[in-house]
Design a protein around this ligand. Structure first.
Ligand code: GAP
Length: 498
């Protein structure tokens, strides 16, 4: 992770927000290459989800919506995380991410240990229990730890569990509900009547505009409404770089189906669509897995949720959630607004409220996944046979920020530069390309490898002196080189950048 974060900063993918003022936890800026990469991810999703399907239309709803939207959706009452304070250090923890265990020696509880959730929470607790036993010079057999999170701690246990910040017991508060929506005020008054929220998900826009789209969009069931946009959550513990942040971007789609349709089939189809889409932008199948939420943990209205998980360097984590939400949201908005959200079934001559399947994914999480999966450090031989390290970012041509780098072999030979400039300008009309004439060719290739450019074309003496007007095409992953004409280069791009 450290290497990936360092590369992201060094090459202008991602910066801490407001860095010159010390940064703001949970907020990030995307630099010149990061904003290209992010845009490409969004564009690919939109093309595949909206343009290349006949049953899905787009939407761009406002970030601040009527506060009643969030009352009806349940977010005002229930969009909470369990929060614990350490009264001494003033640190705050999410109770479900702070784990504890009794230290049991010869069958008796001698005290408690705690650890923040990690790749190896149980190991951390066990090590803490052993250290506790040594420090207190306890004799006897230490039982294996039993890890529970703080939402499961009994009131009498909370007193005895040490704070991870101080290592001492007695300073942790019982968990309380913390609403994650950012509040603001609309208009000149800053009283309760003007309170509004930054949206914590884009999804409600699709439910609230459902009737508008039906009445204007010439859509017929089953159909979907898709949206890409910023969402905001005041996460208690933003972490793992851009994985969990407070301002992030979502790509969500609400797929409406008849109330009598086979929701399970539609759900399965969307899970597979999402998985295939992730493969299409270059994530390896080996890093992807599915996690079905246990029935007892689902919201009462939910019929099923499956997450596509990704093996990040810090553990296997949720990338994309695909939920079967029944008709809960449309019903909630119908009840709260007094405006029915029904469709008319011509066959049965009855009105009904459609059900929905919702694939919801974060752009930032996808971007982090492609950086993690694509990053590699390799030993390679230079022209003289010396072994050197190369850092390479294996990004799919679909999403790579720069598709082709155009490199004149020498920058002081007019004929080479002229041909290179002409090719560059022609490519520029359709693709994000880069012109680089600084340093030796090997170094220029390395610079492009590091930012994930799939191809470099070198304009050399053969280009200008031999018939055929061919260039050297150098492929990033294999580093193989071959000669190629301009027409062949455009054909290659047409096929790979779609
Ligand atoms: N409308 C449903 C919904 O918002 P979610 O599981 O809370 O569901 C959907 O969020 C996706 O949004 C997640 O799978 C994740 O990719 C992304 N996401 C959620 N919270 C995030 C955060 N704090 N930072 C970055 N991405 C986040």
């Amino acid at each position: 992770m450290e290497n990936i974060v360092a590369l992201a900063k060094r090459r202008g993918f991602i910066f801490q927000s407001s860095e010159i003022y010390g940064g703001l936890n949970g907020f990030f800026d995307y630099g010149p290459l990061g904003s290209e990469l992010k845009k490409n991810i969004r564009d690919c999703w939109w093309k595949d989800m909206v343009h290349r399907r006949d049953d899905i239309v787009g939407l761009e709803s406002s970030i601040i919506m009527h506060p009643k939207v969030w009352e009806a959706s349940g977010h005002v009452a229930g969009f909470t995380d369990p929060l614990i304070d350490c009264k001494v250090s003033k640190q705050r923890y999410r109770a479900d991410q702070l784990f504890f265990s009794p230290v049991v020696v010869d069958g008796k509880t001698a005290g408690y240990v705690s650890a923040l959730e990690s790749e190896n929470t149980v190991g951390a607790l066990q090590a803490a229990a052993e250290a506790f036993k040594r420090k207190k010079a306890l004799q006897g057999t230490l039982a294996p730890v039993v890890a529970k999170d703080m939402t499961e701690a009994k009131p009498e246990e909370i007193e005895l569990i040490p704070s991870p910040a101080t290592g001492e017991a007695g300073s942790l508060t019982p968990p309380r509900s913390f609403n994650m929506m950012f509040q603001t005020n609309v208009g000149a008054m800053t009283d309760a009547s003007s309170v509004a929220y930054l949206r914590p998900e884009t999804a409600q826009g699709m439910f609230v505009d459902f009737k508008n789209v039906v009445d204007t969009g010439r859509v017929k069931l089953p159909f979907g409404i898709a949206q890409i946009g910023k969402s905001f959550r005041n996460e208690i513990t933003p972490r793992n770089f851009i994985f969990r942040s407070r301002e992030f971007e979502q790509m969500e789609m609400e797929y409406f189906i008849h109330e009598d349709a086979d929701w399970s089939k539609a759900h399965q189809e969307w899970i597979e669509w999402c998985r295939q889409w992730l493969l299409s932008i270059g994530l390896p199948a080996s890093h992807l897995s599915l996690y079905a939420h246990p029935k007892e943990k689902l919201a009462f209205y939910s019929k099923g949720t499956v997450d596509i998980m990704f093996a990040y360097p810090f553990g296997v984590q949720e990338l994309w959630g695909i939920a079967a939400r029944g008709n809960y949201d449309l019903n909630q908005h119908a009840n709260a607004s007094g405006k029915p959200q029904e469709l008319f079934d011509e066959a049965t001559k009855k009105k009904f409220v459609p059900h929905v399947i919702e694939p919801a994914v974060g752009v930032d999480r996808i971007l982090l996944a492609v950086l993690c999966a694509g990053y590699a450090e390799e030993d390679v031989k230079d022209e003289k046979g010396n072994v050197e390290k190369r850092t390479v970012l294996r990004l799919s041509p679909r999403i790579a920020p720069v598709k082709v780098a155009v490199l004149p072999l020498l920058k002081n030979k007019e004929a080479l530069v002229g041909r290179a400039r002409a090719l560059y300008q022609k490519l520029q009309r359709r693709y994000a390309v880069f012109y680089d004439d600084g340093g030796n060719i090997g170094k220029r290739y390395r610079r492009q490898d590091e930012i994930g450019t799939p191809w470099c074309v070198t304009i050399d003496f053969d280009t200008i002196e031999k018939p055929g007007d061919t260039f050297t095409l150098r492929e990033r992953d294999s580093m193989a080189q071959k000669r190629i004409t301009e027409a062949e280069l455009f054909a290659l791009l047409e096929e790979q950048v779609y």
